[in-house]
Design a protein around this ligand. Structure first.
Ligand SMILES: CC(C)(COP(=O)(O)OP(=O)(O)OC[C@H]1O[C@@H](n2cnc3c(N)ncnc32)[C@H](O)[C@@H]1OP(=O)(O)O)[C@@H](O)C(=O)NCCC(=O)NCCS
Length: 207
């Protein structure tokens, strides 16, 4: 990366703030953000639910967990949906098939991870993943799982670099590809001065 690109990268990530979804945030905007982000997969024939889901589906999926957003200059440019272990066991990660791993009762999960295409590659996605890892630790989960398209090999490799391993494979009814179910062991959160801190050894900087 050139010096100019590195400076832009730092300036951009310094200006990104992450927070829980607000009642005032537009679910239409988040839905279209998902569509725009997942288009790269659709163009390669990977028909992920998030690439075309209507706003009602976004609302329904969000109601089953905790949604977080990343903002740049006040505009939502990224999102992730975290489910604690109970929510994950109750609903899986968004599909209609039962995955035994997600039903263990100690496995939290995340889904609907997306960053606006023009803002990708600046560390926003990894900050959102860090939030899910922190929430997994804070809610006492032993594992943090996810489902990702197996044909999107760079995604599988990215999660592997972040410490996730493949624990199962599934073909969700809503999709046209096999998904890798991946998971990472979560170290318990430490409480310092009454505040929860992320698990030791977490690779990501908490947002
Ligand atoms: C996946 C996604 C959220 C990552 O967001 P991001 O802000 O670009 O991620 P970051 O900048 O934090 O980079 C995360 C890692 O992915 C890698 N990466 C990002 N885009 C990549 C690409 N197109 N090809 C290969 N690697 C890529 C980065 O190099 C980085 O790896 P590193 O930390 O080991 O260096 C974003 O690409 C996206 O919205 N994709 C479409 C939706 C999607 O696939 N969601 C996940 C479904 S499981």
């Amino acid at each position: 990366m050139s010096d100019a690109a590195r400076t832009f990268d730092k300036q951009l990530s310094d200006k990104v703030r992450c927070r829980p979804l607000d009642a005032d945030d537009s679910l239409a905007h988040i839905t279209y953000l998902l569509h725009r982000a997942y288009k790269q997969h659709a163009e390669r024939g990977i028909k992920a639910l998030a690439a075309f889901q209507p706003e009602e589906v976004t609302r329904k999926r969000i109601s089953g967990g905790e949604c977080y957003v990343a903002l740049y200059m006040g505009k939502i440019v990224g999102t992730i949906l975290f489910k604690n272990a109970q929510q994950t066991a109750a609903a899986g990660v968004g599909g209609s098939i039962t995955i035994p791993f997600f039903q263990r009762g100690d496995v939290a999960s995340f889904s609907q991870l997306a960053v606006e295409p023009e803002y990708q590659g600046h560390g926003i996605g990894s900050r959102l993943i860090a939030i899910a890892e922190r929430r997994a630790a804070e809610t006492g989960a032993k594992e943090l799982g996810l489902s990702t398209p197996e044909p999107a090999t760079w995604l599988v490799e990215m999660y592997q670099r972040y410490g996730y391993r493949i624990v199962d494979k599934v073909h969700w009814n809503e999709t046209n590809y096999v998904s890798a179910i991946m998971s990472k062991a979560i170290t318990p959160a430490i409480v310092v001065n009454g505040q929860h801190h992320p698990a030791e050894g977490a690779r990501h900087t908490p947002a």
